[in-house]
Structure formats: structure tokens, C-alpha cells
Design a protein around this ligand. Structure first.
Ligand code: DOR
Ligand code: ZN
Length: 359
């Protein structure tokens, strides 16, 4: 007698931080998002070339994403959430104009910490005019929370960043802000200690990996450095990963999913000067279902994926759903990046995952 595989029906998940890229990479990535179950709100990060610095460019970018999505699935309900990057030279008027054009989020990168952050912030006082406008017009600001000073070492940069956020909170108490892709117990504790105006996004890779996976100290890494696990902020210690797992599995309402899906071509990753980013788009939902299932917390998965973030950012809950089936599949070792003469290596490349997203 054959038994039917288990299925899990989720409220269609939102993703509060993702990189769609531009040019041929955009053509390549949009279908993968949809096929992997990311079919509703996806926050489109602004660090493309040239960056998204204005409302007009954000509208252009949103339309470009939607055009690709409709070509792949004419009935798509995907909703790219527009962002603009806030830099030291962003005038308050630009923030207000972007808000009036439907941009919901301003993004702040620290200077020279990550991909395309040469226009990032060194002196946070210089973004106060933009933050003032954001506070006034209701633009939510997402911070890549790593301190840009070379005096603060890499793995301490996130904890060090909370001092910058404390100053911003004191100056702009009504500004709604997110500390993004958090990786440390220090960040979890800081966010928990704030009020309703502060949220945090958590990626799947930071729930699963530690610095040992990147540096090649874990058995799973076979003693080799694993550049495809390398990202910013880098995964931290086991205790930090435990703090992330605890807070997410506890159902805390101000912690929500933001994947930081960050594809780079293989030649950009497997090089001296390896680009930062984990391409987790395909593996994320299967891994999260497995994690919450193993921990006996499946009823907290929908809130993490599609309720906490929607409430924080002020949206209705999605009516759509996505189904996963307990049917093992092997994540491809690499995926050809059509038209780019190269491929992208996904998270869990070559591994068997237990759950599969139903088309
Ligand atoms: O790992 C990362 N990759 N962190 C970021 O902040 C940027 C991203 C990218 O654009 O590749
Ligand atoms: Zn990112």
C-alpha cells in the first residue's frame, strides 16, 4: 500500500529582503523566485548599477521585475516592494518624493562593508535629514547593521552597530526601522529590548550555518573554505545561531523572514576577492519547513513567513497559499545562468532536502 506524502499548506510567504539584480541576472532570477515559492511580496534591494536612489528609479525597477514575472507566469501575484537607498547625500525631498510614488522602504548600507557599498554611509549624522523626512512621511528604514569603522573587527561589527542605532532611536523616536539579516545574540537582545517601532529580519542561512562552515572548520565543510556560504554579515558562533533559532521559534512578533537572496556568478564567488552573498532562494522554504517541523513549531512558521512582517510594514495578510510536499529532491550542484556563460551555486548544492515546493 502506498501512502500519500505529507503536505503543508502555507500562507504565501513574504520576503523582506532580496536581491533581484539587473540585466541578464534579473531575467534569470525572477523565474527562480516564483518557482521556489516566493510569489507575493519581495523587497527589492536597491544595490544595482546604477543604484536605486530615487522614487522614479524604484518605479522603473519594480516594473522591470514585474515584466519578467508576468512573462514567466501571466497570473502572477508577486509584489516587488520598492526601496530607495539612503546615502549621505540623500535630500529629505527625495525621500518625500519617493514615498509619494509608493516607495515604502529606505535602505542604509554601511560604507565598504558589502557588495556595491562604495556609496554607503560612514558618518550617520549625515543621513539625519533623510531620516527626519522618513520619520515624517512614514518611510520605514532598513539598516544593514554593521559598523563601517575599521576599528571594529568584522565579527563584532553587528554588535557595534547597535550604538549607532541607539543614537538614531534617541533622535528619531517615531522612525520605524528594521535591523536586517541579524546574525548575533547581541542583535537579538537589542531588538527585543526596543518597542514596536523596531523589527528584525532573519535569513535562512544564518539559522543554519556558523562561521565554521564558511572558514572550513566544520566536518560538513571537509576542511575547505566554503565561499558560497560567505556573506555579510558573516555567520557567527554557535551561541549566536542558537539565539536566532530561539527567537524565531518562539514566535516573537517583531522578527520576520528576509532571505537576503544574493546570487553571484560562480566566477565572482570562486575568486580571490570573492563576492559576498548566499543564493538561498531554492532551498529556503524546504529548509524552514523542516526546521519548524523538527522543533514541533509548525504553527509558528506562517507567522514568521507571512504575518509578522506584513503587520510591521503595514500590509494585509496574503490570501494566496503555497504548498510543500514531503518528497526528497536533490538541490542542483549549480544552475546555468542563461546568457551569462556561467552558473550560480545554490545553498545546499548537491544536498538532498526533505521538502519540495509544489509548482
Ligand atoms: O552577503 C551579502 N550580499 N550582503 C549584502 O549586504 C549584500 C549582498 C549582495 O548584494 O550580494
Ligand atoms: Zn542584502
Amino acid at each position: 500500500m502506498t501512502t500519500e506524502p505529507r503536505t503543508i499548506r502555507l500562507r504565501a510567504p513574504d520576503n523582506w529582503h532580496a536581491h533581484f539584480r539587473d540585466g541578464p541576472m534579473l531575467d534569470f532570477l525572477v523565474p527562480v523566485f516564483l518557482d521556489s515559492g516566493w510569489r507575493r511580496r519581495i523587497v527589492a534591494e536597491p544595490n544595482i548599477t546604477p543604484p536605486v536612489l530615487t522614487g522614479d528609479r524604484a518605479v522603473w525597477y519594480r516594473d522591470a521585475i514585474l515584466e519578467r514575472a508576468r512573462a514567466h507566469d501571466p497570473a502572477t501575484t508577486v509584489d516587488p516592494v520598492m526601496t530607495i537607498q539612503i546615502t549621505e547625500t540623500t535630500p529629505g525631498a527625495t525621500v518625500r518624493d519617493a514615498r509619494s510614488k509608493g516607495v515604502g522602504i529606505g535602505k542604509v548600507y554601511p560604507f565598504m562593508v558589502t557588495t556595491h557599498s562604495g556609496n554607503g554611509v560612514q558618518d550617520y549624522d549625515k543621513i539625519y535629514p533623510a531620516l527626519e523626512a522618513a520619520q515624517d512621511c512614514g518611510l520605514i528604514v532598513q539598516f544593514h547593521g554593521e559598523h563601517p569603522s575599521d576599528d571594529i573587527e568584522g565579527l563584532n561589527k553587528e554588535a557595534g552597530f547597535t550604538a549607532i542605532l541607539d543614537r538614531i532611536r534617541a533622535r528619531f523616536p517615531k522612525l520605524k526601522l528594521t535591523m536586517e539579516h541579524i546574525t548575533s545574540r547581541a542583535a537579538v537582545d537589542w531588538v527585543k529590548a526596543q518597542g514596536d517601532g523596531v523589527g528584525a529580519s532573519v535569513t535562512v542561512h544564518h539559522l543554519f550555518t556558523t562561521v565554521d562552515d564558511v572558514l572550513g572548520y566544520s566536518k560538513a565543510s571537509g576542511g575547505l573554505m566554503r565561499v558560497h556560504h560567505g556573506c555579510k554579515p558573516q555567520p557567527k558562533w554557535r551561541d549566536d545561531r542558537a539565539a536566532l533559532n530561539e527567537v524565531v521559534l518562539s514566535g516573537h512578533p517583531r522578527f520576520f523572514y528576509g532571505g537576503d537572496d544574493a546570487a553571484h556568478l560562480r566566477r565572482r564567488k570562486e575568486a580571490e576577492g570573492s563576492a559576498c552573498g548566499v543564493w538561498n532562494t531554492m532551498a529556503a522554504l524546504p529548509l524552514l519547513v523542516d526546521l519548524f517541523d523538527r522543533e514541533g513549531q509548525l504553527d509558528r512558521l506562517d507567522p514568521f513567513l507571512s504575518e509578522h512582517g506584513a503587520r510591521f510594514y503595514g500590509y494585509d495578510l496574503n490570501a494566496e497559499s503555497v504548498t510543500l510536499v514531503e518528497e526528497p529532491w536533490v538541490v542542483p550542484a549549480e544552475v546555468e545562468a542563461t546568457g551569462m556563460g556561467d552558473s550560480v551555486v545554490p545553498m545546499c548544492a548537491g544536498e538532498t532536502l526533505k521538502w519540495r515546493v509544489r509548482a
